[in-house]
Ligand binder design. Structure first.
Ligand SMILES: CC(C)(COP(=O)(O)OP(=O)(O)OC[C@H]1O[C@@H](n2cnc3c(N)ncnc32)[C@H](O)[C@@H]1OP(=O)(O)O)[C@@H](O)C(=O)NCCC(=O)NCCS
Length: 179
């Protein structure tokens, strides 16, 4: 990695994606604060981590320093047993748009497929998530319990027909309501 003012080059080969451990928690909090310019998401992650058994939290690190984070927590929806919501994800601002977010999404989805989850939903940018296979959640008859614009609520099947019987309102963990 070479410094060029605030713009730094990253060799993606030097990025390790791995499950979060307890020692990462302060760094993960900081990455979320910086990326969202608010401590709301950071605090949400801290609370969900405590509250949730079915969650996945991965970090991206470079030379032992955490530079990215992705979090999933279980959502409830009729017709499917094991669906997760991807939220939030964040990359250290100076290192965004270099593919670290893509690595985090691809690693986490591979892990969730191996664990046999039915699917994932996400509230996010319609230009970003379709590249990973996400489609408008409405195509699976899924609606978000939050009032959000069309197209930003997306879903991905993690196995064949994983979301075929899923339908209706998708509800995130109650902690998202205080958000
Ligand atoms: C959203 C976020 C997590 C994405 O992480 P990221 O590491 O920046 O994502 P990527 O680098 O994989 O992809 C971002 C863009 O960079 C592009 N990109 C990826 N590698 C690149 C490279 N080597 N050179 C140039 N561009 C590259 C991608 O094509 C993508 O382009 P586009 O979306 O403009 O079409 C990050 O930007 C972030 O923390 N944002 C603030 C918090 C936020 O909004 N989180 C999402 C809501 S939960």
């Amino acid at each position: 990695m070479h410094g060029h003012g605030s713009v730094r080059e990253v060799s993606l080969d030097s990025v390790i994606v791995r499950p979060e451990i307890e020692a990462d928690i302060p760094a993960v909090h900081e990455i979320n604060c910086l990326a969202f310019e608010s401590d709301d998401e950071a605090t949400l992650v801290d609370r969900l981590r405590e509250a949730e058994e079915s969650s996945l939290s991965l970090v991206a690190e470079i030379d032992g320093v955490c530079v990215g984070h992705i979090f999933y927590s279980a959502v409830s929806v009729a017709g499917a047993d094991s669906v997760l919501g991807l939220a939030p994800m964040a990359v250290t601002p100076a290192l965004q748009k270099r593919g670290i977010g893509t690595l985090l999404v691809n690693h986490s989805l591979a892990r969730l497929r191996a664990e046999n989850w039915d699917g994932v939903v996400v509230l996010g940018h319609p230009d970003y998530y379709p590249r990973f296979g996400f489609r408008p959640a409405a195509e699976y008859d899924l609606k978000c319990s939050f009032d959000v614009p069309d197209g930003v609520f997306m879903a991905l099947e993690l196995k064949k027909n994983g979301l075929e019987d899923a339908r209706g309102l998708v509800e995130y963990h109650p902690l998202f309501n205080s958000f």
